[in-house]
Structures are given as structure tokens and as C-alpha cells.
Design a protein around this ligand. Sequence first.
Ligand code: SF4
Length: 388
Amino acid sequence: MAANISSNPGIYLHIPFCQKKCPYCDFYSVVDSEYRDHFVDDILKEIALIAGSVKQKAPFDTIYFGGGTPSLLTVREIETILIALYHTFSFSATVEITLEANPGTIDLPRLKAYRQTGINRLSLGIQSFINRELQFLGRIHDRQEAIQAIEMARQAGFRNLSLDLIFALPGQSKNDWLENLRMALSFHPEHLSAYNLIFEQGTPFFNRMKAGKIIPKNPDDEARFFEATVEYLREAGFLPYEISNYARNEQFISRHNYKYWTHTPYLGLGPAAHSYWDEERRGNVRSVKQYHQMVQNRRLPRVFSERIDAHTREFEHIFLGLRTYNGIDLAMFEQQFRHSFLNRYETIITPLLDHNLAEQKRDHFRLTQKGLFISDEILSQFWADPHV
Ligand code: SF4
């Protein structure tokens, strides 16, 4: 079975609206914005602007509606955006079109209509099946709505379903977490994303942690949860293909997200969206108001662009590659960077191999499960290396 990975570019659309802000979340999104009604027109303007500023070298083969809460868009709005994209750019014969959906914002007719627009992959932000945990996370849905959302997604015809879960919540026991995984697997999803709770600076959770009102799990506990996740999902036959992502098999690897880990170009549209294009990282303005004003004045809503020089590119290649279970393709590395990965980083690599933190499998170098637990520490050694 061929892995669902490609080198064609992708398109990301950031839908920056939420019904309510979750206290742990640092993604850019707003609630009750006066710019909501203008949003689709703004996106269409940006599509037209960007079409005039980029040269497409290969057809796009993914479209990803992320956010924020893309399932707050009506079916008509999604259709309008997709039609504009199809009229503007060229696409492969098979395009993976993902929509992130919040279980508290969907019903069966809406999901059926989404499916008919061509969306063929649904990513449901379940986070937990335990009401106490959902309340702690400030989610707008409960366990029953999470279950109904999954059942409705199947009834609507989604055959590529991804479920998001969060682990290592304060007070969460390992059994609570395993129960969440067990529940998720009982619906036979094609894909799972399991993230540990991070206390991002500037979020209400971060402030509560600083004030001593929330005690996060310690790193050892987090590692144990991570280890339990990998073991549980491996035993269930899932392929752990990235540090937080698991596919039922290679066919269900997220084609879009894989582009982020392999330096494959993608265009990001919408407020706060990022792009990687022509070896530059670019970022859009993080404000719906300024975004609206810029595109309506026929200006690209870009606020930064940074050329990725050879050294940064090499570090990013290592950083992104070592997050994936395939690791670094040694031949491809040498072809791209004109030197051998194993020779250049021998002083870092040898102790990793000696301590079973990394392994060389055929022509790939990758972190072991043990190494992945402390990947931040390992990756910082590459960053500190004078070669990079
Ligand atoms: S619904 Fe998603 S994007 Fe919106 S605040 Fe909650 S976690 Fe963030």
C-alpha cells in the first residue's frame, strides 16, 4: 500500500472564528467578530491577490480548512471558497480536502452537505470522552455530543475520519487516558492525533499555572502517558508516523500535515496563516480587522517573510525529520545538503546510538521511542552544533 505522501504543494485556510475561546488554546481566533460576515469575500480577495503573486510549479493536492473553527462556515461558504480555488489554481486528480470540525457545531444535514462539497477528510476535535475533562478544557461539547459527532460523520459518508485527543491533563490518571483511547478506537477512526496539554504563554491556563492554581503533570509523567499512547495504538495496529500522529495504515497518513514535516511547499490563506513557498516562510497578519482592510485595499495581508537559508533549512530538515517515525532519509539528505548526515553530526549521533535513543534502519536515521520522549533535548543539540 503506497503511503499517502506527496511532494505536490498544498493549501491551508485559517478560519479564525470560534464560538467560545478554550483557555488552553493559543491558535489565533476571535469570538463574535464584526468581520465574520466579510470573511468569505476577504478570502476570495486574498486568493485573487496571491494568484497574481506566486508561480505554481505543480498542481496542489491538498486543501486544509483549519482554525479556529472551520465548521462555523456554512456549506455555501465552503463551496464558494472551493470554487474560487478551483478556478484560480490547478489541482491533482485526487485532492485530500480536510475540514476541522468542532463536535459542538455540527449536525447530520450539515455534515452530509459538507461531504457533498468534496470534503473527504474530517478531523474532529474530540479532545476527551470524559465530561469532567471536557469541562476543564472549556470545550463547548460533552461526551454525548462527541459520540454523536463521530456517528454522524460516519452516517454522512466520511470514510477518512481523524479524532483529536489531549493527554496529560492535570489530575488525569493513566486509566482515564487509556479509557479515552479505548473509546476513540471503538469507532475505528482512520487517524488519531494525540497531543499533550501545553501551557502556552499568554493563555488563561498559563496564567492559572503561574498563579499556582493549576499544577501541570511533570515531564516524567508526560513521558509515561506518551509511552502508553504509542504502545496502546501500536498494539491496535496503528502506525505512529509522527510524534503526535497515528494512522490506521499508510494510506491514511495526513497528506497535508506531512508537507509541514518535509519542507513541501504550501500556501496559507486567512488571518495568521503561514506559508512555505519558494524557500521562504511567510506569515499573514494576526488580526481579522487588519486582514480585512489589507485585502480590501488589494494588498497581500503578509506581515513577514523570511528566506530560509541553507543552514536553517538543514536544521529544519533535521528537526522536522526526527519528529517523524521514518526519520531522516540519509540518501536524500546527502543529495540536498551535499554532505553525509552521519559524518557531519557524528559527535551527536554516536552517543544517541550508544544509549538506544536513536537507530539506523537501512537508509534512515531515526529516534527510538525512548529518544522521542526527550526529542526537545536531542534536537537542541543539533541546533547548538556549529555546523548548522
Ligand atoms: S475551538 Fe479550537 S481553535 Fe477554538 S479556541 Fe477551542 S481549541 Fe482553540
